[in-house]
Write a protein that binds this ligand. Structure first.
Ligand code: UFG
Length: 336
């Protein structure tokens, strides 16, 4: 079985490529390196001892896609490539809509032309907006997105549904991620955001490693147990394994399916800070500042549908997530 992985050198994509190779799949990666680097290829090879095909191309480029689909008989596509920074999407909406929508449309077009009918899509819990209930089930209302990035995910979900209706064999797995953190236990691949991180975990590790001075906690007056925001953090390796379970289901089903990939447990910002300090034996200085516009109080999954239908559930706990996130950043420093 040959799987095309878009954005396969990125944070979640690279961990999924490792799982695919270790499970015996052939892998073709397309990545334009806009938020990744060529070294990741060596790291993946080092971890798995296996090779894969790589195309440094933009998924929006129809000619590049045509070349890939002509050179390989692709059985399924996992679509990770996309812009994902919430703040940037507010400043550059056209860039976000153009890139995220056009890449998906072009990919689906080429898949249909080449009789490839299995599509695994990286969606996000952001499609639920401010959730109507907690924990969030897949049938909760979607669409209340608060920024262009989130709206691209919501729009793509709608587009995929229409493509499936028009082409019933076109099977879609919509995977709604909660908050992926952690890194591969080897420390060779992980999350490396450009510039100052927007997300909590990359920020914490940089404060702990001395690269940044102090963590700003965005508000401690939310309606949560300690007043700070609650999220469902999931280890990226668990998330990657979820994709393989979804892939297996795609191969023996027809339809469009939606799954929450989370652990089902919510932790606050302060829970993360305290747990990180305990597990890694380092201090994370912090200060409480104003709420960040657009943030919600709490967001965590009911992941039971993924367990019932895919046989998947998360195995790693917060300790492992804290350990592996820090191990990765320390290893990056060693290698410099
Ligand atoms: N936070 C801080 N300080 C920081 C960064 C974050 O206190 O420096 C807090 C936030 O206020 C929030 C929590 O930490 O309570 C998590 O924030 P992240 O930015 O790490 O994650 P979000 O839940 O805001 O965003 C994530 C993904 C988005 C996605 C969104 C909704 O990064 O892509 O979930 O699903 F849109």
């Amino acid at each position: 079985m040959k799987i095309l992985v878009t954005g396969g050198l990125g944070f979640i994509g690279s961990h999924t490529v490792v799982e695919l190779l270790e499970d015996g799949y052939e892998v073709v990666v397309i990545d334009d390196l806009s938020n990744s680097s060529l070294e990741i290829i060596d790291c993946i090879q080092k971890i798995t001892g296996k090779d894969f095909s790589f195309y440094q191309e933009d998924v929006c480029d129809l000619n590049a896609l045509e070349k890939i689909f002509s050179e390989h008989k692709i059985d399924a596509v996992m679509h990770f490539a996309g812009y994902k920074a919430v703040g940037e999407s507010v400043r550059e909406p056209i860039m976000y809509y153009e890139n995220n929508l056009v890449s998906t449309l072009h990919l689906c077009k080429k898949m249909l032309e080449h009789d490839c009918f299995n599509f695994i899509f990286s969606s996000s819990a952001t499609v639920y907006g401010d959730p109507e209930k907690l924990p969030i089930t897949e049938d909760c209302k979607v669409g209340g997105t608060t920024n262009p990035y989130g709206t691209t995910k919501y729009m793509i979900e709608r587009i995929l549904n229409d493509i499936h209706i028009a082409n019933p064999k076109f099977t879609v797995m919509v995977l709604r991620y909660f908050n992926p953190i952690g890194a591969h236990e080897s420390g060779l691949i992980g999350e490396k955001p450009n510039g100052i991180p927007n997300n909590l975990m990359p920020y914490i590790v940089r404060v702990a490693s001395g690269e940044l001075e102090i963590l700003s906690i965005f508000g401690n007056d939310y309606d949560t147990p300690d007043g700070t925001g609650v999220r469902d953090y999931i280890h990226v390796v668990d998330l990657a394994k979820g994709h393989l379970c979804a892939l297996k289901k795609a191969f023996d089903s027809e339809g469009i399916f939606y799954y929450n990939l989370g652990t089902g447990t919510g932790y606050s910002v302060l829970d993360l800070v305290k747990n990180f300090e305990k597990v890694n034996g380092v201090k994370v200085p912090y200060k409480i500042v104003e709420r960040r516009p657009g943030d919600i109080a709490s967001c965590y999954a009911d992941p039971s549908k993924a367990y019932r239908e895919l046989g998947w559930k998360a195995h790693f706990g917060l300790d492992e997530m804290m350990r592996d996130s820090y191990h990765y950043i320390l290893k990056q420093h060693e290698d410099v």
